[in-house]
Design a binder for this molecule. Structure first.
Ligand code: GDD
Ligand code: MN
Length: 357
């Protein structure tokens, strides 16, 4: 019976998978283990390389996903496919030290629900990260500690082990976007007994990192969702932030245009400028995963402007109704109208402008 499933998310890791299985075999001597590779249809044929091994080694499996991308989602599906008592997640590029696995398993056997491998305690290190990535990782760690108040020393780590029954409990509450699966799990499970295991973050064996700006943006979204207790969709947070910036654009343009034009002309120009800035920022940030290009960007822009105009009408309608006959004070009426408009714009944008195809 398999005791430990090691889930290995892969995207373009063809040059690493065979060496990884070799090292797991050496490190996990005496443990009944299996390797579950979760590959997002890598163009370099990673899945074929895994299946070649699987043909002769029953401990190796390949879960191939088509039309989807994302590290956290791949980890979740890999863990869900396991029937072992314990699951581990580690990178497939050999940066995570597989020789830490037996010690982590001991901690699970000793009563821990989750063992997080950490670079930031005595015995661990992240020196191989280099200046820039190291600084980003430390900053993200500090923000996470400050905002969420969690006890993990390395919440950004993608290397951990946990009891499968505990994972099955939290799985429905997880976000498949982004890289930060450990942080998501640790904050989704209320009563998890967490232990830590120091390890030295190594250098990549072959291929290159998939970390990019989008991963960073998705991390901010996850933080926002956690801060609101899971109530607010991260996308809506970005939408509102972009909208707030749009207000600044509006006022700046209005101020610049006013001396030379009548108010209604200046106000129209400012409105158009704000809608344009909102559209492009939403296209780059909020709906980055569904980014519009070429002609569909033009149609999307026109649709966005029309929906926002309708949103402004619902906003003004609600605010005026609340304000009339002094049902409400001016700022409550105004804020309620603005919130209503934001919800409307967000719903219409998600449904019709940046719809999933
Ligand atoms: N299936 C799948 N889909 N796997 C992916 C995807 C994806 O979209 N993106 C990345 N991976 C796999 C990679 O193939 C690799 O095995 C692992 O996830 C880690 O990706 P890297 O691209 O090597 O990430 P990194 O080394 O820059 O980042 C590491 O350090 C971070 C700590 O700051 C990872 O360990 C992160 O998990 C960790 O958060
Ligand atoms: Mn890596």
């Amino acid at each position: 019976m398999t005791e430990l499933s090691v889930v290995l998310p892969t995207f373009k890791e063809r040059g690493n998978v065979a060496e990884l299985v070799r090292r797991l075999d050496a490190a996990l001597h005496g443990i009944a283990w299996e390797a579950i590779f979760v590959d997002d249809n890598s163009p370099d044929g990673t899945a074929d390389a895994v299946k070649e091994m699987a043909a002769t080694d029953p401990r190796v499996r390949c879960l191939k996903r088509i039309g989807r991308r994302g590290l956290a989602g791949a980890c979740i599906e890999g863990m869900l496919s396991s029937s072992a008592a314990v699951v581990a997640v580690m990178d497939a590029d050999l940066q995570h030290d597989e020789t830490a696995l037996p010690a982590m398993l001991e901690k699970i056997r000793g009563g821990a629900d989750l063992v997080a491998a950490t670079r930031y305690v005595e015995g661990g290190s992240a020196e191989s990260f280099g200046e820039a990535r190291g600084a980003i990782s430390r900053l993200a760690t500090r923000i996470t500690h400050g905002l969420l108040g969690i006890s993990l020393s390395d919440p950004m780590s993608g290397f951990f082990m946990m009891r499968r029954d505990k994972f099955d409990q939290v799985a429905p509450r997880l976000t498949p976007a982004g890289f930060k699966i450990l942080l998501d799990i640790a904050t989704a499970g209320s009563d998890l007994k967490i232990a830590e295991q120091p390890f030295v973050f190594g250098t990549r064996h072959s291929g290159e990192s998939k970390f990019n700006a989008q991963v960073g943006i998705e991390f901010l979204g996850l933080l926002g969702a956690k801060l609101s207790g899971g109530l607010v969709d991260p996308r809506f947070i970005f939408f509102v932030l972009v909208g707030a910036l749009g207000l600044v654009v509006h006022l700046l343009v209005l101020k610049a245009a006013l001396p030379s034009t009548p108010f209604w002309v200046a106000q129209s120009i400012a409105t158009f400028a704000a809608m344009t800035s909102n559209f492009f920022l939403n296209n780059e940030l909020t709906y980055r995963d569904r980014r519009l290009k070429g002609w569909s960007m033009l149609w999307g822009f026109i649709a966005f402007c029309l929906f926002c105009a309708a949103g402004a009408l619902t906003n003004i309608g609600l605010a005026s109704w609340l304000f009339s006959a002094e049902r409400e004070t001016w700022w409550v009426a105004g804020a309620a109208g603005a919130l209503m408009g934001a919800f409307w714009n967000y719903a219409m944008s998600s449904l019709f402008v940046w719809r999933t195809r």
